[in-house]
Write a protein that binds this ligand. Sequence first.
Ligand code: ZN
Length: 183
Amino acid sequence: MKYNPDIIKSNRKTVQLELRADGKLVVRAPKRMPYREIEEYVNSNEKWIERALSKHKTLYGEPLPVYTDEELAQITAFAKAIIPQRVEYYANLLGVTYGKISIRHPKTRWGSCSAEGNLSFSCLLSQMPLEVLDSVVVHELCHRKHMNHSKRFYEEILRVMPDYFEREKWLKSNGKRYSGRLP
Ligand SMILES: [Zn+2]
């Protein structure tokens, strides 16, 4: 069958198509529905399927090309222009000091804060929504008050950024699309 869907039969009365988050097509069908009828149903819904698949591609993307050295240099320059401003703004808001800011491109970390207050951020944050960049800035700056991930640490974050966890969730589900482009 075209699209090679997973067919899930159950006690339901109607047949339904669904595109899962992993891009796999699922047909939910009544127990006694013959394979040939399911196939007909899938074929007659080709337009819907094509639209759903293309929307999925837009949302989750096909793997994007790896950054060239030149692109990475541009991204780093942009990050160096924007991140220190955000750090300064939130440091004032939180009432904390900080040391040096470095912009790097590690594969697995978005930011860090040393015991001396030196901050490090991934240049890739500059390619993300500003709300997400800010959430990493606030996270690292709050380590100036609590060098751990305790309840009090998160309370401090939420004080200045009540929707922090939504932003963090975005980063968790989308971050790999960015780090996957590092050479
Ligand atoms: Zn942390």
